[in-house]
Design a binder for this molecule. Structure first.
Ligand SMILES: *[C@@H]1O[C@H](CO)[C@@H](O)[C@H](O)[C@H]1NC(C)=O
Length: 505
């Protein structure tokens, strides 16, 4: 409760470890994702999106003031579920997904109803997981006003999410968060125990006996159960946003700099660590207006780029590849996915039709609509190998033909390396990166080609190594790893083995 200063100190160290959290760069939060759950009804989409935009922009201004010009929202993404097919959006989503988002719009639940809350399973100082808002909270102004202005409510929740603070406010009859507590203080008369109201403010809020409407009664020096704070709109406290944030005058987080009397005295030595005084984020004069981009989740569009060179004969590599790729096509890739197949040796071959990777071939794209098409695709994964290895030919065909114009394209490149025929990976690398496709590389053999890992990394993909001693489990896991680019999938949901330090990033 009173650990705001300590909490923020800890949180600053923790934040960088949270891969999914938005980054605070030069005072601006970037890549904050507000994700809408598929369970939210699309018929209200326009009002929900408009309210998110307005609330986020206002919250940015309130946050900037509250942090004494240290932090605001620079760039925010609203993520629509893929099921919202009638709502306009600006761009296709790439890595963004609901499970990693920091602010979620989702159906109300029985515990909170429409009240905004922050999921904080960790203790004090541990950042929360996400802020939960309901569609009703966002679109019904009078219902939302119950919790105060949305822009201040969200700053209040943001502090819980990012800094792991808890409400600095007590509740009647609540032993965990009482209205008052005892504290030991050093005074002119020596050490003495005093009763402290459980709030953080730089002006006294009014204490009233709710029965007599007069002053509070005390039992053994402790206010009795009828004693409450009645914060009034007239008082001029300006902090803290962690307590009575809904009062008009309250615009700052509690800060010992402003008033010794109401400071966190015992934590004062840490004051320089308080966000508001942090040296790492100097005050900023003017925040840029918050950029809001609406994204929609897109199914991944896959192109398998498979090595059909002679060396795949070694250690049953081609048998394992055939088994795994066929299973992936028949059973694992989501219904409605786009899947293209490119085989390469010194030429690249698409869908069973020979080509040279330069657009001269007759393309067959296959859409996976049902079992019969899945079977057709699976049948293309044969075991007829060719001479030489030109990985560049396979990649080039994938980006220049198969995946052209596709949103959220993903290449699954399976190879045992050892390229010996132009085009090489290095010849097509720039083109692959500029195509926007992410490359998942699966390398057979003990030693992975560093070019493969580097290509995966440069395109935001992943790299896997499958040793020849493996009985197929590693290859399976690597194929499953590529499915994490499906909307709603998260890397941690898929079990993947790592080998020799290569694997999931
Ligand atoms: C916050 O919301 C209130 C209520 O809607 C509004 O009056 C106020 O101007 C907003 N603050 C900012 C900074 O936009």
């Amino acid at each position: 409760m009173r650990n705001l200063v300590a909490a923020i100190t800890v949180a600053l160290a923790t934040l960088s470890a949270l891969a999914s959290a938005s980054n605070l760069i030069n005072n601006g939060y970037e890549d904050l994702v507000v994700a809408i759950s598929p369970s939210v009804d699309e018929s209200n989409a326009e009002a929900i999106i408009a309210s998110i935009k307005k609330t986020i922009r206002e919250t940015s201004t309130v946050l900037f003031t509250a942090t004494r010009k240290r932090a605001y929202f620079r760039d925010v993404k609203i993520l629509l579920p893929k099921t919202w097919t009638n709502t306009p959006y600006d761009e296709a989503a790439l890595n963004e997904n609901f499970e990693d988002s920091e602010i979620r719009v989702d159906a109300r639940n029985v515990v909170y109803g429409d009240q905004p809350y922050t999921d904080q399973p960790g203790g004090c100082g541990v950042p929360g997981r996400y802020i939960h808002l309901t569609p009703e909270y966002l679109t019904d102004d009078s219902a939302a006003a119950w919790w105060g202005p949305r822009n201040k409510t969200l700053v209040h929740e943001w502090a819980k999410l990012r800094w792991g603070v808890f409400d600095e406010i007590g509740y009647p009859h609540d032993p965990t968060f009482p209205l008052f507590y005892w504290n030991t203080q050093i005074t002119a008369d020596g050490i003495e125990d005093v009763v402290i109201p459980n709030y953080c403010a730089n002006e006294n809020l009014v204490e009233v006996d709710i029965v007599s409407r007069g002053g509070c009664s005390f039992k053994s020096g402790f206010p009795d159960e009828n004693c409450r704070f009645l914060p009034s709109e007239d008082q001029d406290a300006t902090s803290s946003l962690m307590a009575y944030y809904y009062l008009n005058s309250i615009v700052e987080f509690c800060d010992s700099a402003s008033d010794e009397k109401f400071s966190h005295n015992d934590l004062a030595p840490n004051r320089h660590n308080l966000m508001c005084d942090s040296r790492s984020e100097p005050a900023h004069q003017r925040p840029t207006p918050t950029t809001v981009t609406v994204l929609r989740q897109e199914e991944a569009k896959f192109c398998l780029v498979l090595d059909y060179s002679r060396s795949m004969d070694t250690s049953q590599r081609i048998e394992k590849l055939q088994r795994t790729a066929q299973r992936w096509i028949l059973h694992e890739v989501a219904q409605g996915s786009f899947v293209g197949i490119v085989k390469f040796w010194w030429v690249a071959l698409l869908g069973g039709v020979a080509g040279y990777g330069d657009g001269q071939n007759d393309l067959q794209h296959h859409r996976n609509h049902g079992p019969s098409l899945r079977q057709d695709l699976a049948n293309l994964i044969d075991r007829n190998l060719g001479a030489s290895t030109s990985i560049g030919a396979g990649l080039s065909l994938a980006v220049n033909q198969v995946l052209v114009g596709q949103k959220n394209p993903v290449i699954v490149l399976v190879t045992d390396g050892a390229e010996n025929k132009k085009p090489y990976i290095s010849d097509v690398r720039d083109r692959v990166i500029s195509s926007g496709a992410r490359v998942v590389t699966i390398a057979f053999g003990e030693a992975a080609d560093p070019n493969l890992e580097s290509l995966a990394e440069a395109t935001g993909g992943k790299s896997f190594t499958v040793v020849d001693a493996d009985d197929g489990g590693m290859l399976d896991d690597a194929f499953l790893g590529s499915l994490t680019y499906q909307p709603g999938e998260k890397l941690t949901d898929t079990k993947v083995q790592c080998e020799g330090g290569i694997g999931v990033v």
